[in-house]
Design a protein around this ligand. Structure first.
Ligand code: F6P
Length: 355
C-alpha cells in the first residue's frame, strides 16, 4: 500500500502537442483511481523555486484541455535548480539550489512528482531523484529522438503539420517552376524531415544523419528538368550538417536560406524558402498523440503508486513500459541511414544529396 497522498506535476523544456493530455490523464488517474490530491507546478522546476506559484489542480482545471496545444502549467527550457542563475551586485552568479527545491516540495505537501519533459528535464529529474526526491518521468519531444521510447507524443502532430505544409508547397512550386526549400524542426535527428518528406512527396530530403553536397542536390534538380519536371521540393531538417562551404554562415533558422541560395547559384533556378519553425509545435494534438499522451499520463501515476521512482514511462513494442531515467538520458535516437525508411525513400527516387 503506497503512502502517497499528494503528487505534483510539472512540464519542462520546449512544449509539444499532447502535454495537456498527459496532465489531464495524470490528474484524473490520481484523483479518481487513487484519491490523491494533485499540485500543478508552473514553468517546469522553476515552480519549485517559487512554491507560492503552485496551485491545486482539480478535475475542473483539466476539463476541456485534451485538444489544446501547449501546456496549462507553462514551461521553460532554462530553469535548472542545479545551475540556478541570478544576478548579484550586477554579476551573474550560478548556484545549486536543489536543496531549496526539495524542501519546497515537502512544504507544498507533495509526496512525489511527475516530470514531463525531454532529455534536459529528465536529467534534472534524475539528479533530484538522486538527492531523495520521489520522481517519475514522462518523455516528450516533437523531434522523436529519445532512444528509450519508440515514440514521443507531439511527433505525430508536428509531422502532420509539416506534411500539410509540403502538400501546400507543391502547387505553388509546380505553377512557378521553382525549387522550394522547406525547413522543418529536428535539432539533432532527421525524423520529421524524413517522414514529412516521404508523406508529402518531397523530391529531396536533407537530414543530419546523411552528409550531402550542393552539387548532389543540383545534379538531381537538373536531371529532373531534363525529363520535364521543372520544380523540386527539398525538405531539410534544421539540424542538417552543412557542407564546409556553407558552414561558417550557419545561424538558427538560416539553414534553409543558405541551402536555397547555394542551389539558386549552382543550378541557376529560382528558389523560395519556407521555415516552418514553431508552427510545428503548436495546434491541437492528433488523435494518435492524444492517446499516447493519455497512456503516458495514466502510466506515470501508476508508476508512482507502484513505487517506481527514478523511472520514466516509455513505449516498447507498442506497449507502455518504463525504464530507469539513468538509462534513458543522453541517448539520441538517430535515423539509420541504411534503415528501411531511408531505403524506401531511395527506392521511389528521393535524393538525399549524397550522390
Ligand atoms: O526539441 C524540440 C525543438 O522543437 C527542436 O526541434 C528545436 O530545435 C528546438 O526545440 C527549438 O527550441 P526553442 O523553442 O527554444 O527555440
Amino acid at each position: 500500500m503506497s503512502n502517497i497522498r499528494c503528487i505534483g506535476i510539472c512540464t519542462g523544456g520546449g512544449d509539444a502537442p499532447g502535454l495537456n493530455a498527459v496532465i489531464r490523464a495524470a490528474v484524473k488517474t490520481a484523483f479518481l483511481k487513487y484519491k490523491w490530491r494533485v499540485i500543478g507546478i508552473p514553468d517546469g522546476f522553476d515552480g519549485l523555486i517559487w512554491p507560492e506559484k503552485s496551485y491545486e489542480l482539480t478535475l475542473k482545471h483539466v476539463s476541456g484541455i485534451l485538444p489544446r496545444g501547449g501546456t496549462i502549467l507553462g514551461t521553460t527550457n532554462r530553469g535548472n535548480p542545479f545551475r540556478f542563475s541570478s544576478s548579484e551586485n550586477g554579476q551573474e552568479c550560478v548556484r545549486d539550489i536543489s536543496d531549496q527545491v526539495i524542501a519546497n516540495t515537502r512544504k507544498l505537501g507533495i509526496d512525489a512528482v511527475v516530470s514531463i519533459g525531454g532529455d534536459g528535464s529528465q536529467t534534472i529529474a534524475l539528479e533530484l531523484f538522486q538527492r531523495g526526491m520521489k520522481i517519475v518521468g514522462v518523455p516528450k519531444t516533437i523531434d522523436n529522438d529519445l532512444s528509450a521510447t519508440e515514440v514521443t507524443f507531439g511527433f505525430d502532430t508536428a509531422l502532420t503539420t509539416a506534411t500539410d505544409a509540403v502538400d501546400k508547397i507543391h502547387t505553388t512550386a509546380e505553377s512557378h517552376h521553382r525549387v522550394m526549400v522547406v525547413e522543418v524542426m529536428g535539432r539533432d535527428a532527421g525524423w520529421i524531415a524524413l517522414e514529412a518528406g516521404i508523406a508529402g512527396g518531397a523530391h529531396v530530403i536533407l537530414i543530419p544523419e546523411i552528409p550531402f553536397s550542393i552539387e548532389g542536390v543540383c545534379k538531381f534538380v537538373t536531371e529532373r528538368e531534363s525529363y520535364g519536371k521543372r520544380f523540386t521540393i527539398v525538405v531539410v531538417a534544421e539540424g542538417v550538417k552543412l557542407p564546409p562551404e556553407l558552414k561558417e554562415n550557419r545561424r538558427a533558422g538560416a539553414v534553409a536560406n543558405l541551402i536555397g541560395n547555394a542551389i539558386s547559384v549552382t543550378a541557376k533556378k529560382e528558389v523560395r524558402v519556407s521555415v516552418l519553425g514553431h508552427i510545428q509545435r503548436g495546434g491541437s494534438p492528433t488523435a494518435y498523440d492524444r492517446i499516447l499522451a493519455t497512456r503516458f499520463g495514466v502510466a506515470a501515476v501508476d508508476l508512482i503508486a507502484a513505487g517506481g521512482f527514478g523511472r520514466m514511462v516509455c513505449l516498447k513494442n507498442e506497449c507502455i513500459d518504463s525504464v530507469d531515467i539513468a538509462d534513458a538520458i543522453g541517448r539520441t535516437k538517430m535515423v539509420d541511414p541504411e534503415g528501411q525508411l531511408v531505403q524506401t525513400a531511395r527506392s521511389i527516387g528521393v535524393c538525399f544529396g549524397d550522390c
